[in-house]
Structure formats: C-alpha cells, structure tokens
Design a protein around this ligand. Structure first.
Ligand code: NAP
Length: 448
C-alpha cells in the first residue's frame, strides 16, 4: 500500500454498503491512491437496495453486484459487516479513527401515511413490504394476509409498480427469482385478483418510468387497465421537448391500458389517478380505502370534496422514504435526507446517495455522487495519522461485536446458491442469526 507524500495514509470509513457506498469507495480509491477504505454495513450482506429493494423479477438489474464485488476485492477496500453506527460504534468514535467519514446509508423508513386508519392490520409501507418479499431481516416477519380479493398501492412511482407486479404475477414467473421463500409461499395461495395503483395527480404527472409502465402491459395472465376518462388524448405542448417525449411514451402505454379488456386475463392491475387517500376503512384490519378526487391548482393537489371507496384487504403505501438521523445529525425539513452542502456536512463528514439528495434516481445515479464527493474529499482532507481499522477493531473486540468481512459474505452467498430452488439464483437467508451461524466472524477469529 503506497502512502501519501507526507508519509501518512488517508483512512476513510464509508457507512452503508449499498450502491452509493460502493461507487464512493471506487471513486475514493481512484482519487486518493494509497488510501484505506472500510465500508461499514449493519447487515452481514452487502449491496443494500440491490439486494433488498430491486424487485426479485428484475434479476438483470442485480448484475451490478459483480461490479461492486470487484470494488470490494480491491486490496485497499474492506467490508466491515454486522456493525451498526449508533448501536455498535458512535459517529464520534469513527471520527477518532478515520480522516473522513462518508455516510451512504440511504433512506430506510417509509414516509408516514397520514390518514385515519393507517394503523390498521393489513396496511404497510413499501419499504417494509418490499423488504418482506426480498427477505430483508428487518421485515421477514411481516406476514401480510393475501387471502382476499384486492390490494391497493398508494403512490405513482416505480416502487408502486414493483409491488403491484410482484403481487399480481403468476407465481410460476417468480419461482426462478430470488424472492424470499416465505413470500413465494404466501403468493402461491394469494387470492388477490385486483390490484389498484392510485396516484394523487393526473396520469401524465405520474413518476413511473416508461420501461416499468410498459412491462405492466406485457405480463402473462395479468392485464393492466385504466379508466379512459382519466387518460388524455395528447401531451400538452407547453412542456420542454425532453419532458414531452418522456410523457408521450408513458401516454402510449396508458392509452393501451385504457383500451384493454379487464376480463381478458385472470388478474388485473388498475391504474387510477387524481385520487388522494383520506381514510383507511375497517375495524381492526383494513377492509377498504376511501379516496377523495383531486384536481391540480397551481401544481398543488386539491381535493374536490367528492369521495369513493375501493374494498381491499391490503394497502401498501409507496409514497417515498424518510432518512434516519444517524449520529443525531439534522434531517432536512422533508425528512428524506441529511442537511448537507453538496454532500459536505462538516470538516470530516460527507454524505452521498439517497441520504444526500433524497430517494430519487437509478442505481447508476449514485456513481456521479460518489465521484463528486471523492473529488471534494481529495481537495479537502489531509491524512492526520488516524488509526483507521486498527482503532475500530479494538473497539469492536472490547464490545464483543462480531463483525463480518467480504469472505463471510461469500460464505453466506455460497450457502444461498446451494439452497436455491431449481432455476433460481439463490435462496436468501432472512435472519442475521442464521447468516452469522455460517461464518466465523472476524472478531472471533481475531480473538481466537
Ligand atoms: P417516487 O418516484 O418519488 O414516487 C412517490 C409517489 O408517492 C409519487 O407519486 C408521489 O406523488 C406519491 N406521494 C407522496 N406523498 C403522498 C401522499 N401523502 N399521498 C399520496 N401520494 C403521495 O418514489 P418511489 O416510487 O418510492 O421511488 C423512489 C426512487 O427509486 C425513484 O427514483 C424511482 O424511480 C426509483 N426506483 C426505480 C425503479 C426502477 O428503475 N425499476 C424501481 C423502484 C424504484 P406526488 O408526485 O404528488 O408527490
């Protein structure tokens, strides 16, 4: 490992082993040759939302893990798994060990659905619901009841589409994915024939991307339908050309959905617009949801006072995410990111990814984030003779924290691959204890 001109090594900690964390590690390695990087991750598994957010039937998206593995295998990069900041080590302690810390831990919480009845059984946030079908250990025990006729997904983003697709797809199409075993079992006996995706704005204001919308029209045994009265004939020409092109492509899909025969297939995904949730209905569990019809006034959603109900046994609220105030740091007013100045929080602390900019963009969007912050760190941070992992290791050992490394992850991964259903890439562990049972965590090895 070559050192800097001053003879000291730059030591960085990145908190969060998702796309933003890995892209930052890659960029820091290039920007600061000779630096040491520890990627601290609270789970024994890396890859963040690529593992636990990307839909299981979108396996091709997950091939990005190969790129992240290459980054993890760089000699100056180390994964420190099963270590949670605020639980096992404080941010202040990390400040003592590292020259700079980059926070890349995303926005893990669901935005609150602020309507009466949101506490009822059968109402879930998308982060929890997606985590459930993706075997995230935090949500593996969700056990949603799918033994009823209908589900409503609130929100008009790609997460809403993912959830509707996974709920509606024939189970045969999911067995060759890495969907959680418990979710596959629940979906096998699901009675859900009608899933509604409901947005509070108009059809052309939805945040869906065209590829995701188009896919809804191409599913086996599922028809996507829309109310012709809610789908405009054309995109307004008052928009910038690029936006008009994107909306026109979405409109093409929606117009096809408006012509589709709801009875042509066994299951339906209904797209409804200009409707905001005002109450979840039911006694102790959800039995329906009440929407108020809306119009847009100066870009703002305004109810028109008229309502309608959709009977359902499941509500998934896919209305965005909120950040966690790691280390007691200040959240933005919207609560979906940390207060920061172009990724800088203070002289030693930086932030990237959703935690910097809010929950937006694709996986690749985080590459630019990582590069920008690495360039900034390269200009602003000088080595101060910090101990880096030597300091962290001593602290973790003193606290009895069993951290895991990348080789432990590969052991877990090998066991998941070995347990996979025929044709499936893996069968994910949904319990941290089960994962740890497979590896000899580094702290044990170090103290042996
Ligand atoms: P999103 O795209 O921001 O969509 C959130 C939706 O929730 C919007 O329709 C928003 O409506 C609505 N909403 C917010 N608050 C609401 C409320 N109180 N009541 C009713 N509706 C409300 O967020 P997302 O779907 O969670 O996606 C997050 C990011 O991940 C996005 O960048 C997305 O593209 C990306 N992603 C990509 C893929 C993919 O590429 N396949 C898959 C999943 C996620 P307003 O517009 O009115 O605010």
């Amino acid at each position: 490992m070559s050192d800097t001109a001053s003879g000291a090594t730059l030591r960085f900690a990145i908190v969060g082993a998702g796309p933003a964390g890995f892209y930052t590690a890659e960029a820091l390695s290039a920007q600061c040759p000779g630096c040491r990087i520890d990627i601290i991750e609270r789970l024994p598994t890396p890859y963040g939302l690529v593992r636990s957010g990307v839909a299981p039937d979108h396996q091709s998206t997950k091939t990005i893990e190969e790129t992240f593995e290459q980054i993890a295998r760089q000699p100056n990069v180390q994964l420190v798994g099963n270590v949670e900041v605020d639980r096992d080590v404080s941010l202040d302690e990390l400040r003592g060990f590292y020259d700079a810390i980059v926070l890349a831990s995303g926005s893990p919480h669901d935005a609150p659905l602020d309507v009466p009845g949101a506490h009822l059984r059968g109402v879930f946030g998308a982060s929890a619901f997606v985590g459930w079908y993706n075997a995230h250990p935090d949500h593996a025990g969700l056990a949603p009841d799918l033994d009823h006729g209908g589900a409503v997904i609130i929100g008009n983003g790609n997460v809403a589409i993912d959830v509707a697709r996974v709920l509606s797809k024939p189970v045969d199409a999911l067995t060759t994915s890495d969907i959680a075993h418990h979710a596959l079992g629940a979906l096998e006996t699901s009675g859900i024939a009608d899933t509604y995706i409901v947005g509070r704005r108009g059809a052309l204001d939805a945040k869906f991307t065209t590829a995701e919308l188009r896919e809804l029209g191409e599913l086996d045994d599922v028809v996507a339908v829309a109310d012709p009265g809610q789908i405009p004939g054309a995109v307004g020409d008052d928009l910038p050309a690029r936006e008009r092109r994107i909306k026109a492509k979405n409109l093409e899909c929606l117009q096809a959905f408006a012509k589709a025969d709801p009875e042509s297939k066994a299951r339906r995904i209904h797209l409804r617009f200009n409707s905001m949730p005002v109450a979840i209905l039911g006694r102790d569990r959800v039995e329906g949801i009440r929407f108020e019809r809306t119009t847009l006034v100066d870009g703002k959603v305004v109810g028109d006072g008229t309502t309608y109900d959709i009977p359902c046994g499941l509500v998934v609220s896919a209305i965005g995410y909120r950040a966690k105030a790691i280390g007691g740091l200040e959240l933005s007013a919207s609560g979906d990111r940390l207060v920061n100045d172009e990724g800088r929080i203070d002289a030693q602390l930086y932030v990237v990814g959703w935690l910097r900019r809010g929950p937006s963009g694709k996986i690749g969007t985080n590459r630019g984030d990582g590069e920008a912050i690495a360039e900034r760190i390269g200009q602003e941070i000088a080595p101060a003779g910090k101990p880096g992992f030597d300091g962290l290791r001593q602290l973790l050992m003193a606290r009895g924290v069993k951290w895991t490394g990348f080789s432990d992850w590969k052991t877990i991964e090998a066991a998941e691959k070995a347990a996979a259903r025929t044709g499936a890439p893996r069968q994910k562990f949904a319990s941290v204890a089960d994962m740890l049972g497979l590896c000899a965590p580094a702290s044990q090895a170090a103290s042996a």
